[in-house]
Design a protein around this ligand. Structure first.
Ligand code: COA
Length: 266
């Protein structure tokens, strides 16, 4: 298995691989390098006969993925959105021929939540927090939330969550179907691994075919809808409102650095 700058890939003798998002200093924010790494890793894992399932998780104890990396997002233009990089990646996850489990501890926001929605099964720790806060930053979720969140929690709740951008705690996530279940923080990995083990005990062929049938049953979204999400997001990428909102987030970080360097004294 190749080495990746932003990911750790751990192959388990039980027949699955764990993909660990590895940028804990920024709550595993999804940057372009991680998208590139994950795209390549998925192609490699798909071809690996020893890998019959994937578990996704975040490094550190604070986040699965706290969204797209805002320091890159602030620079993104309309034409970047047209390339549909994240949407394409998440579709690749949904289409991964083997079962996928998102083991979610801590923040799972924006693109992180969209990635988890593309997985077959989502298991949360008690500290899991999910949400689509994009509108607070002046953009829309453009990589699957409008259709995958709608299909997961229903149209009314999907609209409420996307329009308000509010964050949803683990218990509510279970109640509305965003998470299959919630377990104690220190039981998260055991639970995800136990679930994978119980899947892998079954007929390999049957599980693969069941996934194809399930995807066909619920993946009724026309790919043109996906492009519409990207185009709409692209329009927001060029707005002043977006630049100002993201700048405010990044300014907070600069302020922290200045304070740490004693710059707050003047
Ligand atoms: N992009 C880039 N950096 C991010 C990030 C993101 N999406 N989310 C968190 N980080 C960074 C922070 O800038 C901070 O870096 P620093 O220590 O160098 O300053 C570090 O991760 C820790 O985050 P911090 O904000 O200090 O933690 P917190 O506990 O105060 O708040 C969150 C946690 C998740 C509420 C807050 O980080 C946040 O709102 N993040 C953005 C979430 C978001 O809008 N995601 C969707 C993007 S489209």
């Amino acid at each position: 298995m190749s080495a990746y700058e932003t990911l750790e890939i751990l192959k388990d003798e039980g027949g699955w691989a764990e993909v660990v998002f590895n940028r804990p200093d920024v709550l595993n924010a999804l940057n372009l390098q991680m998208v590139t790494d994950l795209t390549a890793a998925l192609s490699e894992l798909e071809q690996d006969a020893d890998v019959r399932g994937l578990i996704f998780r975040g490094a550190g104890d604070r986040a699965f993925i706290a969204g797209a990396d805002i320091s890159e997002l602030v620079e993104r233009k309309c034409e970047d959105a047209f390339r549909a990089i994240n949407a394409g990646l998440f579709q690749k996850i949904e289409d991964f021929p083997r079962p996928t489990i998102a083991a979610i501890g801590g923040y799972c926001l924006g693109g992180g939540s969209e990635l988890a929605l593309a997985c077959d099964i989502r298991i949360g720790a008690e500290d899991a927090v999910m949400g689509q806060p994009e509108v607070k930053l002046g953009i829309i979720p453009g990589a699957g939330a409008p259709h995958r969140l709608t299909r997961t929690v229903g149209t009314g709740l999907a609209r409420e969550l996307i329009f308000t951008g509010r964050l949803v705690e683990a218990d509510e996530c279970v109640r509305i179907g965003l998470l299959n279940r919630v377990v104690a923080n220190d039981a998260l990995l055991d639970d995800a691994r136990g679930t994978m083990r119980s899947i892998l005990k079954n007929s390999d062929l049957a599980v693969r075919l069941a996934k194809i049938a399930l995807n066909a049953a619920c993946n009724s979204v026309d790919r043109r809808h996906m492009m519409l999400e990207c185009v709409s997001q692209g329009i927001t990428f060029d707005s002043d409102d977006k630049r100002q909102r993201m700048a405010r987030f990044l300014e907070r970080k600069k302020q922290k650095e200045q304070n740490a360097n004693g710059g707050g004294e003047a």
